[in-house]
Design a protein around this ligand. Structure first.
Ligand SMILES: [Fe+2]
Length: 410
């Protein structure tokens, strides 16, 4: 029985020509039996130029496990500047409480929706649509508030957090495409409910901490069909939500499922949810793998887009909007201090404004620093970001700094 790496479920390993490989990539499968090569058959990370040369000598193409691939070099292409970012009609301070209510209501409604589906009830989507419309209104007023919310650790289950974050990211990406409020509400509902079919997948598969068998992977794939059927029988749902539940794992190159559609057969809503669903999955910690930080996630999205697994223009638009350091990102500075990104400096995208929350000795502090106007530290060395950390690093909880974050913003 052939086994499939568990990450395939979320990352879908990609096939690359040997000439396109780079250091940091994790090779999980060759175009020939492992026994015919000197490589370890459990896979390996390409670390040196010699590794690259050795692969190119014996293989025409290989498969890369993106879940275990390290960030090599993140390139964020500059997309069109979205006008709504500069036209916030509310301050972050005013928007945070409204955004928090919208997010909590949306989370509660997903929970109720799941409960009703489990009980076999004919669910009504009207309330979910109302909650999503509040998220849309908040994002149109000031997207930073809900963006920050996605970075805060939640008490909810992963399922609910995933649904709500995907909803928020989808609305933001949809807005970047110029969609109107009504379209964004529909798109947000698609993002919120796209994986509802997972409720029919046995927990022993969803919670499995080892590789899935081919048979188990085939069962997981059925969540798209289950989701479509659940939403088609729901009251007050629009047809697009069922379509996205069915089509969000399709790929422009035709390698997706369940129908193997190609680019022009996949709807815009499906393409948007596909991009943000992958970003959300990559940045989320699960029982079987660690989360990747934002920059690693962008690198993986770029790899997927360059291999025609997800829409390239949408990926570029999303990555450009998120930038190198989106609000709420935890970063470590060259001094050893750790800070929370507040907002980027538009003309210096690598030098955002920060709230420093740990000094170089890791002691708690609260200090505002604008890297755009403070290029040197106390010792006269360049003051810059050394690395990005995952949410929760050093036990740092953004929710604890909500007040400080808001005050620093304004
Ligand atoms: Fe899915």
């Amino acid at each position: 029985m052939k086994t499939i790496p568990l990450d395939v479920v979320y990352y879908e390993k990609i096939k690359l020509r040997a000439g396109d490989l780079r250091k940091g990539m994790f090779v999980c499968e060759l175009d020939r039996p492992w026994a015919e090569t000197s490589f370890p058959d459990e896979g390996f990370e390409i670390e040196t130029d010699e590794d690259l040369e050795a692969i190119r000598k014996c293989c025409e193409f290989v498969y890369i496990d993106l879940g275990r691939t390290q960030a090599v070099r993140v390139k964020i292409e500059k997309g069109p500047t979205p006008s709504f970012i500069r036209e916030n009609s509310t301050s972050l301070e005013d928007e945070m409480s409204t955004a928090e209510v919208a997010k909590n209501q949306t989370s509660n409604l997903v929970q109720n929706f799941l409960d009703e589906v489990r009980r076999g009830q004919n669910v009504d989507v009207q309330l979910a649509k109302t909650a999503v419309s509040q998220c849309v209104a908040s994002i149109l007023r000031n997207p930073d508030a809900l963006m920050l919310m996605t970075r805060m650790r939640q008490k909810n289950s992963h399922t609910i957090q995933q649904a709500v974050n995907t909803c928020i990211y989808a609305i933001i990406l949809g807005r970047l495409q110029g969609l109107e409020a009504k379209q964004l509400e529909e798109l947000g509902t698609c993002g919120l409910l796209h994986d509802i079919g997972n409720i029919e997948i046995p927990n022993y598969i969803l919670d499995k901490t080892t590789s899935l068998t081919e048979e188990e992977f085939a069962i997981v794939k059925q969540h798209t069909t289950y989701g479509r059927d659940i939403l088609m029988s729901a009251r007050n749902i629009f047809a697009g939500a069922a379509e996205v539940a069915y089509g969000h794992h399709e790929s422009p190159d035709g390698s997706g499922y369940p129908r193997g559609l190609v680019d022009n057969q996949i709807s815009l809503n499906c393409k948007i949810v596909s991009v943000v669903d992958k970003y959300e999955a990559i940045t989320r910690h699960t029982v079987y793998r660690s989360a990747q930080n934002h920059l690693d996630a962008v690198h993986i999205l770029n790899s997927l887009a360059n291999n025609n697994k997800i829409d390239k223009a949408l990926t570029c638009s999303f990555a450009s909007y998120m930038g190198f350091y989106p609000p709420g990102t935890l970063v470590e500075l060259s001094t050893g201090e750790v800070g929370i990104v507040l907002k980027p400096n538009p003309k210096q995208r690598l030098r955002p404004q920060l709230l420093i929350v740990r000094d170089s000795e890791r002691n708690p502090v609260e200090r505002f620093v604008d890297l755009g106007i403070k290029p040197f530290d106390a010792k006269g060395n360049p003051y810059k970001i050394k690395m990005v950390h995952l949410p929760g690093y050093l036990g740092i909880d953004l929710a604890q700094y909500q007040t400080a974050l808001i005050q620093a913003y304004d």
